[in-house]
Design a protein. Structure first.
Length: 324
């Protein structure tokens, strides 16, 4: 049997993966690995590896004797050591084209919740106060705001499409995208300095990489408009958490809405959980029945390509896979 190791998963079962891969002679073995030792025990003799959130670090990858592909359930691949996999000649693949609408919708929900103070008002009503729960100046209209979008990939583009009917001024920063492509969709292509200094609300839609980790830190927050709101549905480590807490406490930032945190899950004693101008969701922006099914079918389909000796799609670490 061909061993397909699933390092961790948040699904009820692995029935979808088994249905796709079983007829190809694969045995799908799932675990909930929480340590490098667990991962090495499961994956060292695996022919193919599927992973969701487990940290597949260099030690784990070096112990893999047979792996032909590592597939991430998701768009980001920051939990996999890409360099170590490259050194071993193992292609790492992701699923880049699922949950686009879900995350864009979640972003807009965050934006509207923060500008219209939905959560604060609901908390006030539950406390017996039928009145405006915040100062009138905190009630914003998107038509009057400048929104900065950092990252213009699939999700960033959908966020811009959703914002334009609200008549916002939309600034977009993505050095990898030609300005003409941004302006064709109705955004204004600018550098990160202008996004930070001119935006009333900044929303992050870039991957975690050496260039983007901690891009929101004390120095960059200081460049943001006083009272600006930060939205993060990208990756938790795009933001320096201590700097964010400090800026919210001092009032330099007017609020934050986070679907991802650093660390994650957010600790129960985090100051963010006690702040009235913060909204946190539990990394759920990608969730819908359709999106999860698409994710699982796509990830299993990539493994199926490797099993059949076909080049797997969406290789993100530059390894040219061996094909038969």
């Amino acid at each position: 049997m061909i061993k397909v190791a699933v390092t961790d998963y948040t699904f009820d079962s692995l029935d979808i993966e088994t249905k796709i891969l079983g007829p190809l002679g694969c045995q799908v073995i799932g675990r909930q690995c929480t340590s490098p030792a667990d991962l090495i025990e499961l994956t060292s003799d695996a022919d193919h590896v599927l992973t969701q959130f487990a940290r597949v670090n260099a030690d784990v990858i070096r112990a893999m004797r047979k792996a032909q592909v590592i597939v991430r359930y998701g768009i980001g691949v920051d939990n996999v050591d890409l360099e170590a996999a490259r050194a071993k000649g193992i292609p790492v693949c992701n699923v880049p084209d699922y949950c686009i609408d879900e995350v864009a919708d979640h972003t807009l929900a965050f934006i509207l919740a923060m500008t219209r103070q939905v959560v604060a008002n609901w908390d006030g009503i539950r406390g017996g106060h039928w009145r405006l729960a915040v100062p009138l100046s905190a009630m914003k209209t998107l038509r009057d705001l400048t929104v900065g979008v950092v990252g213009f990939g699939r999700i960033g583009r959908e966020v811009v499409r959703r914002l334009l009917p609200f008549k916002s001024r939309v600034l977009v920063c993505d050095p990898k995208v030609p300005p003409a492509d941004i302006e064709r969709l109705g955004g204004m292509a600018v550098g990160v300095e202008r996004v930070l200094s001119e935006s009333d609300l900044v929303t992050l839609h870039c991957p975690s990489s050496a260039e983007t980790r901690r891009m929101i830190n004390r120095q960059t927050i200081a460049k943001m408009k006083p009272g600006a709101v930060l939205i993060n549905v990208g990756r938790g480590d795009l933001v320096e958490t201590g700097a964010l807490v400090e800026a919210l406490r001092t009032g330099h930032l007017g609020g934050a809405a986070l679907d991802v945190c650093d660390p994650e899950p957010i600790p129960s004693d985090s100051p963010l959980l006690k702040m009235e101008n913060v909204v946190v969701t539990a990394h759920i922006a990608s969730a819908s029945v359709k999106a999860v099914r698409t994710l699982r079918e796509s990830a299993a389909g990539i493994v199926a390509c490797a099993v059949r000796g076909e080049p797997p799609p969406n290789v993100v670490n530059g390894v040219v896979p061996k094909v038969s």
